[in-house]
Design a binder for this molecule. Structure first.
Ligand SMILES: NC(=O)c1ccc[n+]([C@@H]2O[C@H](COP(=O)([O-])OP(=O)(O)OC[C@H]3O[C@@H](n4cnc5c(N)ncnc54)[C@H](OP(=O)(O)O)[C@@H]3O)[C@@H](O)[C@H]2O)c1
Length: 206
């Protein structure tokens, strides 16, 4: 039995759209009639995705965005609203997954995970929430991980960012309910593609 399609015409902003889960989600939603606004740093990847979606009859502007840079995220949300006149869903999928034991002192990687996984999501929420409030509707979908529930050897900093994503999502859920804004968190397990498929110094999450 086919489920009713309530995606037609919905405007969905997807961060981390240049590969993996974000890209697959963009293709899936566009094929079901959603208008997708695509964000990531690699514009060449986004350009190919835009071409594929457009060729299939969809609509998908792309915006080169580093989510760790707040002004870029604010511009992304403004440009999306300007392009479509509204914003229905934010799919917060940009993320980096870098395993190492704390004693290895990979400070740059710690900072990158905090900047992208946590601050990037916060910047997107901060930029989109005023539009959702003004509309009286909206939906944040925050992509997280089982590492937001459990800590494994070498996952301390990644897990810390994913625990934080869960805390922010729960706080957001409580705060925005009165505005008819919904919040969903996806706690994913390792998939065969995307961040989990890349070598990380021989370390693996269960
Ligand atoms: N795959 C899994 O098994 C799995 C399991 C649990 C959770 N997750 C979570 O799912 C999310 C997506 O993972 P994935 O597997 O699809 O990984 P992926 O293929 O590596 O995709 C990561 C995406 O994040 C974007 N990104 C990274 N840094 C960014 C930045 N500074 N600004 C903007 N975009 C940035 C990348 O785009 P650019 O490099 O072009 O910027 C890319 O589009 C992540 O949050 C990850 O933690 C994945």
């Amino acid at each position: 039995m086919n489920s009713p399609n309530n995606l037609s015409g919905k405007v969905v902003l997807i961060t981390g759209a240049s590969s993996g889960i974000g890209e697959a989600t963009a293709r899936h939603l566009a094929a079901r009639g959603a208008q997708v606004s695509l964000a990531a740093r690699r514009l060449d990847k986004l350009t190919q995705l835009v071409a594929d979606i457009t060729q299939a009859g969809g609509q998908a502007p792309a915006f080169a965005t580093d989510v760790s840079q707040r002004p870029q995220v604010e511009a992304l949300v403004q440009q999306t609203v300007a392009a479509f006149g509204r914003l229905d869903v934010v799919f917060n999928c940009a993320g980096v997954f870098l395993l190492s034991p704390l004693e290895a002192q990979h400070y740059a990687e710690w900072e990158q995970m905090i900047d992208v996984n946590l601050k990037g999501m916060l910047y997107t929420i901060g930029a989109a929430l005023p539009h959702f409030k003004a509309q009286g509707s909206g939906h944040f979908i925050n992509v997280s991980s089982i590492a937001g529930h459990f800590v494994y050897p070498a996952s301390a900093v990644y897990s810390a960012t994913e625990f934080a994503v869960r805390a922010v999502s729960e706080g957001l859920r409580q705060e925005v309910k009165p505005y008819n804004v919904r919040t969903t968190i996806l706690s994913l397990r390792s998939l065969a593609a995307g961040v989990a498929a890349r070598p990380r110094r021989g370390l693996q999450m269960p």
